[in-house]
Design a binder for this molecule. Structure first.
Ligand SMILES: [Zn+2]
Length: 201
């Protein structure tokens, strides 16, 4: 039994975050109460603002500051003019590639991959939107940076076939990204190498 029901509630809610168990949750809660009340309140306000306002970018389906507004990356003229589009599965993949500082084009985020068993086909994944974007923007190259899983590879093949039918250069990030691995788990240098040594499909 703790001295405060609110404290219990705080610890329990912290534990809903990935990688945070009871010990870490207690440590964070006591740190906030003992020394970091101002930072904690600021953090709570930032979380509230982010969760209320962050929306899907109409250009790439990554996160943007608010509804209907392009994200910072889509809004950057030099990135659009690069003519290179990188297709990834998750917003965290975009972050991992950005952190590697090895790519200066734009992205398209699928928020998953083809998974017929779960009822996720081309339409559910928004591939019709992606294909329309690819055709309308006359990209020089489409880079596929999807997970090295059966579903990720099947999704890559599906997109690659579309690009080939439309005479658009399509490539896939090179080895270095482990089979079954997520881009976030790959160190920045390896990710930069796998982009630089991408192979044409
Ligand atoms: Zn965007």
């Amino acid at each position: 039994m703790s001295s405060s029901a609110l404290l219990d509630k705080l610890i329990n809610s912290l534990q809903t975050m990935p990688g945070v168990g009871p010990v870490t949750a207690s440590r964070i809660a006591f740190a906030l109460l003992d020394k970091k009340r101002a930072q904690g309140l600021e953090m709570a306000e930032t979380i509230k603002q982010a969760l209320t306002n962050i929306s899907s970018c109409p250009g790439c389906h990554n996160y943007s500051d608010s509804e209907g507004v392009e994200c910072e990356i889509c809004a950057c003229a030099s990135r659009r003019e690069s003519g290179v589009l990188c297709v990834v599965e998750t917003p965290s993949d975009v972050q991992a590639i950005e952190d590697s500082k090895s790519f200066n084009g734009t992205y398209f985020v699928l928020h998953g991959h083809l998974s017929p068993i779960d009822g996720i086909g081309a339409k559910e994944l928004g591939l019709d939107v992606l294909f329309e974007k690819i055709v309308n923007n006359h990209y020089k190259e489409v880079i596929l940076a999807l997970s090295q899983t059966i579903e990720g590879n099947a999704t890559s093949s599906f997109i690659a076939n579309f690009c080939k039918r439309h005479d658009i250069i399509v490539s896939k990030i090179a080895s270095g990204v482990p089979v079954g691995g997520e881009l976030m788990s790959v160190d920045q240098n390896t990710l930069a190498m796998s982009l630089n040594y991408r192979r044409p499909l």
